[in-house]
Design a binder for this molecule. Structure first.
Ligand SMILES: C[S@@+](CC[C@H](N)C(=O)[O-])C[C@H]1O[C@@H](n2cnc3c(N)ncnc32)[C@H](O)[C@@H]1O
Length: 345
């Protein structure tokens, strides 16, 4: 088995070049090759690089949604023979100590949509699961795995690797985290906050009072209410009738620039205003007197000018006198935007 210096990176559609820029900053001699334009790419850091994975995890690139290790590559046959070859690889990986008995092992197969294969990706998962259960004495699982076997089937090449879920940045295949749409869900925007909760490991229940700026129609507000918080929602637009009269909700049907709040009234501030980032930053900065010291903020930042790093720098310059950045990440449910997670000093 080779030393781990080769990976497949995945970003949201249209953002791979930014993820590559961030990786190049960490490893100036890294080599890249696109697998799916603007979205999926192979990269390799120089073989002498020490602990490339550790560096990527510690200084996680904003636009890198998912990372999968490449332990081996070969030219696939585009036939059922591929299924046998991945089984052979897994036996060898097991012999080399990469996959152990009694482990819970998930298999994630992705392929370039342009590649035609005579078998479904699921058949490859079944072939690997057969070896996991039958020969390794391990347990095939879908979620909550100890290890993930990641396969990517490109135009000609098959890439395979095995890793701990945390090393992939997301335990969802390609980082494409899915939530069940609820029957009475107020807005799809709720998925963004659900994803932020998971990705940043936030326990909303430790907060008691939240300010939701740009709250209508109320997807984020509904999640915070479900988590037991008291919420003040600000928006000149109407909140969903499903939320009206909720005992823990105060609605201020106003522009956020026109509200008067009490000092240190909230321990969480969220803002999902689809607005010019600098104006939004100034508006949020003017409301920070209402956020307690140690309180946190989750803010989506619209990427309007195709200069995302400059946009992040600009908005942090506005917010950083009072807030410090815990994490910036483009989430799977972010479209032309990214999410900041900050804390008040
Ligand atoms: C993308 S929507 C928010 C969706 C919401 N997070 C949800 O989960 O349903 C953006 C909202 O920001 C509001 N907004 C824009 N500018 C605002 C301002 N200056 N003050 C308050 N709200 C504003 C808009 O009226 C709009 O309802």
């Amino acid at each position: 088995m080779t030393v781990l210096t080769t990976f497949i990176g995945t970003s949201n559609h249209g953002f791979a070049q930014y993820a590559q820029d961030e990786i190049r900053k960490l490893f100036p001699a890294a080599k890249f090759s696109l697998i799916v334009p603007t979205e999926v790419f192979w990269f390799q850091v120089p073989p002498e690089t020490e602990n490339a994975l550790g560096t990527l995890l510690e200084q996680e690139p904003i636009f890198l949604r998912h990372l999968q290790p490449v332990h081996q590559t070969w030219e696939h046959t585009s036939s059922e023979e591929d299924l046998r070859q991945v089984q052979v690889w897994l036996r060898e990986a097991h012999a080399a100590g990469l996959a152990g008995a009694h482990e819970k092992i998930a298999v994630q197969i992705r392929k370039d949509e342009r590649v035609q294969l005579p078998y479904a990706p699921f058949a490859m998962k079944a072939a690997l699961d057969e070896v996991i259960a039958g020969e390794l004495g391990a347990e095939p699982v879908v979620r909550y795995a100890d290890k993930i076997i990641s396969v990517y089937i490109g135009a000609k090449t098959l890439y395979i690797g095995i890793s701990r879920p945390a090393d992939n940045l997301s335990d969802w295949s390609g980082g494409a985290i899915r939530f069940m749409k609820e029957e009475d869900q107020i807005s799809r925007a709720k998925f963004k906050l659900l994803e932020a909760e998971q990705r940043f490991g936030i326990d909303f229940s430790v907060a008691r009072t939240a300010l939701d700026v740009g709250a209508a129609p109320g997807g984020w507000t509904s999640l915070l209410l479900e988590r037991g918080l008291k919420v003040t929602a600000i928006d000149p637009a109407a909140m969903s009738p499903k939320l009206q009269g909720h005992p823990k909700l105060t609605i201020l049907k106003k522009n956020a620039g026109d509200v008067k709040l009490r000092n240190d009234e909230f321990d969480l501030l969220v803002c999902d205003m689809s607005w010019d980032p600098r104006q939004m930053g100034r508006l949020v900065a003017d409301l920070l007197y209402a956020l307690q010291s140690g309180g946190t903020a989750i803010i989506t930042v619209k990427l309007m000018h195709k200069k995302p790093f400059q946009t992040v720098r600009d908005i942090l310059r506005i917010l950083e006198p009072s807030l410090f950045l815990l994490k910036a990440k483009q989430l799977f449910h972010n479209r032309e935007e990214l999410t900041l997670y900050l804390q008040k000093l």
